[in-house]
Each structure stands twice: as C-alpha cells, then as structure tokens.
Design a protein around this ligand. Sequence first.
Ligand SMILES: Nc1ncnc2c1ncn2[C@@H]1O[C@H](COP(=O)(O)OP(=O)(O)O)[C@@H](O)[C@H]1O
Ligand SMILES: [Mg+2]
Length: 316
Amino acid sequence: MTHAIKIENITKYYRPRNVVDHVSFHVNHGEIFGLLGKNGAGKSTIINMITGISFPTSGNVFIYGKSNSSMEAKKRMGVMPDYDTFYSSLTALDHLVYFSKLNKKKISKHQMIKTLERVGLGKDIRKKVKSFSFGMKKKLGIAQAIITNPDLIILDEPTSGLDAESVITIQHLLRELNEEGKTIFMTSHNLDEVEKLCTKVAILNNSRLMSIGTLDQLKKEYQSNIIIHIKHLPIKLADVIDIKEYLQSITKSLHWNEESLNIVIQDDSFIPMIIKTLVHANVDIMRMETIEPSLEDIFLSKGGSKTSDLVNWQEA
Ligand SMILES: Nc1ncnc2c1ncn2[C@@H]1O[C@H](COP(=O)(O)OP(=O)(O)O)[C@@H](O)[C@H]1O
Ligand SMILES: [Mg+2]
C-alpha cells in the first residue's frame, strides 16, 4: 500500500545551518504518528515541508504516492500549522464557511457546527475570533484541519498551551478520528502525550532523526543498557587491577574510582558474577543501584534529567 506520507532524505538549510538534516521516514495509512522533539528541533520546519508551505533545500515529499504540491495530494490533507491565519472580525463559524469555499467543498452548516462542537467550541460558534484565547484559536485550527473530511490530518503541536481539560478533549478527538479511519501526523514536545496517543513515534534531535518505531520498539532499543552504580568502602585501585580488567572484559563499559564503581551492561545475567567478583576481592559493598534508562531519560538527556549524567558518562 502507498504510504500516507513518504519523506525522502529532506534537508532544510536556514543560514547558517541545516535545521532539518537528511531526514527520511514514512507514515502508514491508519497510524497516529508522532514526531517528537524539543523546541527548535525542526518539527515545524518538517511539517511545513510536508504541507508545501516551504520547500526542502533537497529531498522529496510524497502524499499517498503523489508529489505534495499536486492538487490530488492537497485534497487529501487537512492541516493545522503552528501559526494561525484567522480574521479577528469573523466568527468561528464564518471561518469554516470561508475555508470550505476556499477548498471548493460543499459542507453543510450542520456539519460545520458539529465539527466546532467536536473540538470543544460548541459555545463559541458565533463569537468573533478577536475574543478568542490562544487555546480557542488552536481548537479552531483543528476544526479547520478536519472540516473537509481529509484522509490525512496534519497537526503541529495540537495540544501545547491548552488547559488540562482541553488537552483531554483534543486527545479523545484524535483517537476517535483515527478510529474512523483517519491517518494522523502530529508533532509534540511532550513525551507523555506521544506515549498515550501515538502508534508510532519518530524522535528528532538537533535536526536529525534519532529513532523511529513503536514505543515498545524504542523502549527496547534504549533499555538494552543497564547502568549499575556501586558504592563501596574506600579501596586502593592498584589492589584491584586484575579484577578491573576481568570486569571490563564482561561489561560494556566501566568506570572505577576509590569509592564507587559504575558499570554498563546489556544483560542483567551479568549482575551475580559482578557481585561475586567484588566480594571475592574483598570489596565492601555499601550500596548498589541499577538504572534502566527510560525513553524519557534518553529524550531529555541533554536537558538534565535524573539519570542523564550516568547516561552521558556512559557515552563518554
Ligand atoms: N524561516 C526561518 N528562518 C530561519 N531560521 C528558521 C526559520 N524557521 C525556523 N528556523 C530555525 O530552525 C530551527 C528549527 O525550528 P522549528 O522547525 O520551528 O523547530 P520546532 O518546531 O521543533 O520547535 C530553529 O533553530 C529555528 O530558529
Ligand atoms: Mg514548532
């Protein structure tokens, strides 16, 4: 089957650097696909290249097998970009009327009102946008993205900046749309949200694609490293050179000082052997901690999470 979105090696250069750097992935029809990354990672730039608002410096984007600039492609997507283009003197309903005319789609008033109710603007249908809060504009943006009943719904941070109740409304709506057969491509900087909602996730880090897969796959990929932190009574490192060499041979990496030992292993079956070796060498263990980095630890590793030091140390 053709992919809903196929991105081939896209790069976007904004002086002085590539803000999107050789990114490739595809979105299957029927997925809720989350592009996860911190602020400035390049998510909106990718969305804008998918929807044709901006052009890649190099690389291609296809929507259901067609160039994203073709009419066929445009007709199949509904988009909420990270900025709005609303007119302050028009009401929410006026906007949907205007938008469906622009898209040459015949949509009944009833359908428009139902859509506004679905996004949580049921009480604000005839209010002018100039009185709208940030969150209300966001909901109107989502209404605009879904009003033409597109197969592919593309949303740039659909819930960021919304109050908790609205977040739940929107997440519920996205799940419902997906159950109705819609493919959803969304960005988020919130791991929890992506974890709750998305069937597939791509992590963007510093303009590059770091990982892609189902959450289970990503967790397995990252949790294959177990970090062991052992605190012991002071020792002379010169006395344990032999066992240090031995432990190095059975572990992924090792860092030892007079009072503590940090080890990274890939399989917890090594743990008993490590402990036996230390006890045999008369190392008095005071405390032992094992840490399996979560996806969040990795995702936040440059932002200073609890285990980030250990994770970074392990890379060093
Ligand atoms: N029009 C532009 N001109 C120059 N730099 C830009 C432009 N748009 C975005 N950038 C830069 O590209 C990087 C990625 O931005 P963006 O895609 O908006 O990130 P995200 O949506 O992940 O927060 C940022 O460093 C941003 O400053
Ligand atoms: Mg953005």
